[in-house]
Design a protein around this ligand. Structure first.
Ligand code: UDX
Length: 487
């Protein structure tokens, strides 16, 4: 009962978190015009939020071969908040979602009405079980990692770090790390992805990330949201172990450029899981050019009240106008607005704007924005690079620790304040970037130009994307459908 499937049908499955879903939806937007069937699998929880807060359904209805599906992430409905529940999800995805995902793949692997059988899965490489299921059911799988090439490579080198005695570590965080090829000159313990700070090698999150990364070698190929001119040397290191690698980023710009060319760009294409407060755009309109520092710590970071106040004092004392995203679930230990010292309230009324969620891509592109105090999430970093906004980095967790090192030491488009957050440091760093912007602007502008050209006609991300589409097509032609492999 073997079938030929000439028209590709791709199942895209992101890890259920804002930054992951966002960039994989951008990938879907790039694949849709290539006239292939796309099934995009969200978690039930995220899907409801996506439908509630965005125009994603209308936007994608333009592509008749695209459809959304959803599946449980295994968490209770009121159990979704920030970083902690993300770690919990590693367990529930494995125990609850895995068998349902397997059933779904089996059902999609048989032709339904006009939809051809599944010919390829593009899954978030951090989801532990997808490669097992794809191998068992004999479906080609491409791994997509939403992180930078530099963090992927550091994760990939963990066995080397362990063998060299560089992991685990304790004590001095400034000790240089020597076992990540290509990063010997500048990487310190504190710059390794935060999971490497685990004191025991059997730490659950550390093991999960380690094994998910090693398993990438079992996938047919790897997709990264990066570009050759940004991470070329590291991409070459990765290619020495995983030759089929497509660097197709920055995905937000790549999809926007293509949609603009086809006159299909919608103003609401942000894929947000929170309600966007656009009032900050009016506030920005009233500010002088390059005068505002934009502050956001992404979708998962949570800080205590004490840390919040240190940032607040630092921002206020810098004297620089600020636009600050404080998510409703991002502060522990009380309501954000409770008992705020009068001087902070006054200064914020005078030169600040706080919102629960901003249209970030638009904010970064606004002429009033001159700097970005960021948690160094990979999407935020790329968005900042693309719009030419220098960064003050306060990495929170995961890949962010290494991204911020590259921002400050390799690309030289910002400063890194990792592992400190006292008001004095915040004030000093914000002033440094905002008042001495010219010193950074040479490299900032250079990188922004490269980011633009890689997604334009003839650019590297464009041609890598064309190659990816071609390879997906050839998988559809050659894929023998479908029987579980005999064990
Ligand atoms: C985390 C990781 O750190 C990131 O590197 C990884 O790839 C995914 O998980 P997150 O905290 O979500 O990500 O940060 P980031 O990757 O920067 O993504 C946040 C996204 O939300 C960005 O696309 C940003 O534009 C958007 N955003 C954020 C808004 O649209 N509005 C906001 O107010 C804040």
């Amino acid at each position: 009962m073997e079938r030929e499937a000439a028209v590709p049908h791709v199942l895209i499955f992101p890890f259920p978190a804002q930054g992951h879903m966002n960039s994989m939806l951008k990938l879907a937007e790039l694949l849709c015009p290539a006239d292939m069937y796309i099934t995009f699998l969200n978690s039930d929880h995220n899907h409801q939020r996506l439908l509630r807060f965005t125009d994603a359904e209308a936007r994608f209805s333009h592509w008749p071969k695209f459809r959304f599906e959803s599946i449980t992430d295994g968490l209770p409905d009121d159990g979704h908040c920030s970083a902690e529940s993300t770690f919990e999800m590693f367990n529930t995805l494995e125990s609850i979602t895995r068998p349902l995902f397997r059933d779904l793949v089996i059902s999609l692997s048989h032709p339904q009405q006009e939809i051809p059988p599944l010919s390829c899965i593009i899954a978030d490489g951090i989801i532990p079980f997808v490669i097992d299921v794809a191998e068992e059911l004999n479906i080609p799988i491409i791994s997509f990692r939403t992180i930078s090439a530099c963090s992927f490579w550091a994760y990939f080198c963990i066995p080397k770090l362990i063998a060299a005695g560089e992991l685990p570590f304790q004590g001095d965080m400034d000790v240089p790390i020597k076992s990540v090829p290509g990063m010997e000159g500048f990487l310190r313990r504190r710059d390794l992805p935060s999971f490497c700070r685990a004191e025991e090698l059997n730490d659950h999150v550390f093991q999960t990330v380690l094994s998910a990364t090693q398993e990438t070698t079992r996938a047919s190929a790897l997709i990264l949201n990066s570009f050759e001119d940004l991470e070329g040397p590291i991409l070459s290191e990765i290619r020495s172990r995983l030759p089929k690698l497509y660097a197709i980023g920055p995905l937000h710009a790549h999809s926007k450029t293509r949609l603009l060319e086809q006159s299909l760009l919608s103003s609401l294409s942000a894929n947000s899981l929170w309600e966007v407060d656009r009032s900050c755009m009016k506030w920005l309109d009233s500010q002088p050019p390059k005068s505002v520092v934009y502050v956001s710590f992404g979708s998962l970071a949570v800080v205590g009240r004490e840390t919040l106040l240190e940032f607040w004092y630092g921002l206020v004392r810098s004297g620089i106008p600020f636009l600050w995203v404080v998510r409703s679930d991002s502060v522990t230990g009380g309501n954000v607005n409770e008992e705020i010292p009068g001087e902070l309230v006054e200064a914020t009324t005078e030169r600040g704007c706080l919102v629960g969620w901003a249209p970030q891509e638009e904010v970064l592109a606004h002429p009033a924005v001159g700097g970005f105090l960021t948690h160094s999430g990979w999407n935020s970093t790329l968005e900042s690079i693309y719009t030419g906004v220098p960064m003050i980095c306060w990495p929170y967790f995961a890949d962010q620790q290494i991204n911020s090192r590259f921002v400050s030491e390799v690309w030289r488009v910002g400063v890194d304040m990792k592992d400190t957050c006292d008001r004095g440091t915040v004030e000093k760093m914000v002033k440094e970037v905002m008042e001495r912007r010219e010193e950074l602007m040479g490299s900032v502008d250079r990188l922004a130009k490269l980011a633009r050209s890689c997604v334009s006609q003839g650019g590297s991300s464009r041609s890598n994307m064309d190659r990816l589409i071609k390879d997906i097509r050839s998988m559809a032609r050659s894929s023998p459908k479908l029987h579980p492999k005999k064990k």
